[in-house]
Design a protein around this ligand. Sequence first.
Ligand SMILES: Cc1cc2nc3c(=O)[nH]c(=O)nc-3n(C[C@H](O)[C@H](O)[C@H](O)COP(=O)(O)OP(=O)(O)OC[C@H]3O[C@@H](n4cnc5c(N)ncnc54)[C@H](O)[C@@H]3O)c2cc1C
Length: 330
Amino acid sequence: VREIAIIGAGPAGSTAALSALREGAAVRISERSRFPRHKVCGEFLTPESRQTLEGLGVWSDVLAARPAMMTRLTLAFGNSARTQMLPEPAYGVSRYAFDHLLLQAAIALGAQLVRESATHPQAPAILAMGRPAAAEPGSRESRLFGFKAHFGGPVSDAVELYFFRGCYVGVNPVEDDITNVCGLGPRRILAQYDFDIDEFVRSHEPLAERLAPLTRRFDWLHTGPLFFRNRLSHDGTPGIFPAGDALSFVDPFTGSGQWNAVLTGMLAGRFAARGQPVADYLAACRDVLRLPLFSATMVRRVLPTAAAGPLSRVIPAALLYRLTRPRSFG
Ligand SMILES: Cc1cc2nc3c(=O)[nH]c(=O)nc-3n(C[C@H](O)[C@H](O)[C@H](O)COP(=O)(O)OP(=O)(O)OC[C@H]3O[C@@H](n4cnc5c(N)ncnc54)[C@H](O)[C@@H]3O)c2cc1C
């Protein structure tokens, strides 16, 4: 039996484990955090994820978490907002529930979980530890930081994205009538509020109004700095398969990071368990992710500019949405 080491039990690591186990491999997962745990994420799960999660036998577990359904998308640039129907309903499920249920499913199928911070695994191994922390060039002030908190109060069936001053904040429902509020912005803006996110969100009137009837349920979580890597990264070591954010990290406004992680995790588990070359795995990932990586790069270039608002009125949200999705993988 082939033995596979997996580092990280986020969506990429757990789906890699599920797919490798289904191929008959033995799996050992190293995870440094205790689950369940909250995580900075918009918690918007694309409708296409369903097919992949069904294939891995865990969609019924996702449904059991009673995800919120979203049917509408609101894009708000400055003070003007536009709402459209989503091409398909999307799901809102907290990372507290989602990551936990995926890991539990992998354990139930035979994965061994070790709570440790792992570094240099022996091949075959899957690196699913999320975004690398390494600093990249660029001014300190322009570095992006993410934040998130859950709120109680009236819930909507829309995913709402507020873009202002080079920042954006997403507001959308998850399970149990909870509203997730998650965003990111450059240090130079957030530092004006001493990283006090309550003050920061209240500084933008449309967002202040939107959040007024809601009550925050826990302290803001922070993460960063965030570096987008819209290309697949790999150090070339044979038998080492990077998946999820460890492979590429697209701008979160696309809401497809979790699906990227689930898809590449599923592929990594399959290729590693079958003893197939890493180069073939990367070619399969490139095929699936080429369009969303390219589109996310283009949109990210436009977002901070004055053209973003006018463009959003002429480009149908459905098109933007489709361009930033990975290609379905059968
Ligand atoms: C602000 C923001 C908003 C986002 N919004 C959305 C959204 O709405 N929808 C969406 O689909 N995506 C969103 N994303 C992206 C999404 O969160 C990621 O793409 C997704 O978490 C990637 O999953 P992963 O399994 O690759 O990595 P992660 O979820 O980061 O999991 C990595 C795991 O590895 C563990 N780990 C790390 N290092 C080690 C180590 N050395 N040893 C052991 N364990 C280790 C960590 O504890 C963690 O549990 C957002 C991201 C950000 C920053």
